[in-house]
Design a protein around this ligand. Structure first.
Ligand code: CAA
Length: 283
């Protein structure tokens, strides 16, 4: 199956980034969110990022307009016609995602592939609420989507080879590198990244060093582009905590226990960059 037209559900930071890279890769994109305002904001964000690409001389103004022209806003999911794939990038909440998957399953033809950009929710469980588990798959893009090369492609228990291969070909078409992963808590990316971030938070909690010192060690000593605490602020401390809880619940081992300081920050509303305060302050 060749994917040419894709519905992206969710026009936030991840969804708008996904719509952008798909349109950049020559695909037709339908962009949906719960209201007009969110879709308009998502498209404005894409336009701003494309404008920066024009200013850097990477694309022409004509290409900017062509890319944007391939993205069509839709407020009603029932307006999604002639698509081969849906990529869901809505709020990271199992109930919300199950609701969206049930609805998509009931309105779309049986051969349409349903992908989710979840960073840690179980693909197999989401597939089970549909009548097409063999056509359900995870496509985990990394933030910022236009910059990061990886897509973790997660196979649920029933995902077919045909579905995997169609998604793999699409990832290559949009100049990303797909990596095949089976469906277990945190997949590969967050199974490894989040315990590292959690351990960095324990270093602050136990008074081993200040956040800036911990980040400096990892940036200058291990060549990470951002230190773990700056990265945690960038991802969102609430998201980091939610993923640690999924690892702890799903795998059971004490090594996944979220640091009490991480819980305290989240309870205080210190969620990182998006709330203006986390391990660092943001104006
Ligand atoms: N959207 C698009 N482009 C962006 C961007 C954004 N939000 N942020 C930065 N960029 C681009 C810049 O325009 C710049 O492009 P050029 O080199 O082409 O000019 C490039 O990225 C580098 O940006 P800067 O020079 O401003 O800053 P930097 O060198 O510090 O890079 C960064 C920024 C790319 C974010 C880099 O710090 C980095 O790679 N950080 C780690 C990111 C990471 O680990 N992401 C994964 C997070 S985990 C996740 O997403 C999954 C999950 O489930 C939690």
């Amino acid at each position: 199956m060749q994917i040419q037209r894709v519905l992206v559900v969710g026009a936030g930071q991840m969804g708008s980034g996904i719509a952008q890279v798909l349109a950049h890769g020559g695909l037709q994109v339908l962009l949906h969110d719960v209201d007009d305002e969110r879709i308009t904001k998502g498209i404005a964000d894409i336009d701003n990022r494309l404008l920066r690409e024009v200013q850097k001389g990477r694309i022409t103004e004509e290409q900017q307009h062509e890319i944007l022209g391939r993205i069509e806003p839709i407020v009603q999911l029932t307006d999604a016609r002639d698509i081969q794939l849906v990529i869901e990038a809505a709020t990271e909440n199992m109930e919300i995602k199950c609701g969206i998957f049930r609805k998509l399953d009931s309105i779309l033809p049986a051969d349409v592939i349903l992908a989710t950009n979840t960073s840690s929710l179980p693909i197999t469980e989401l597939a089970a609420v549909t009548g097409r588990a063999e056509r359900v798959i995870g496509m985990h893009f990394m933030n910022p989507v236009p910059v990061m090369k990886l897509i973790e492609v997660i196979r649920g228990l029933a995902t077919s080879d045909e579905t995997y291969e169609a998604v793999e070909a699409l990832a290559q078409q949009i100049d990303k590198t797909p990596v095949e992963v089976n469906d277990f808590p945190g997949f590969i990316s967050n199974r490894i990244l989040m315990p590292m971030i959690n351990e960095a938070v324990f270093c602050v909690y136990e008074g081993i060093a200040k956040p800036a010192a911990i980040d400096q060690v990892m940036m200058l000593g291990m060549n990470h582009p951002m230190g773990p605490l700056q990265l945690a602020d960038f991802i969102g401390l609430d998201t980091c905590l939610a993923i640690m809880e999924i690892l702890h619940d799903g795998l059971g081992d004490d090594k996944y226990r979220p640091c009490p300081l991480l819980r305290k920050y989240v309870k205080a509303g210190w969620l990182g960059k998006k709330s203006g305060k986390g391990f660092y302050s943001y104006d």
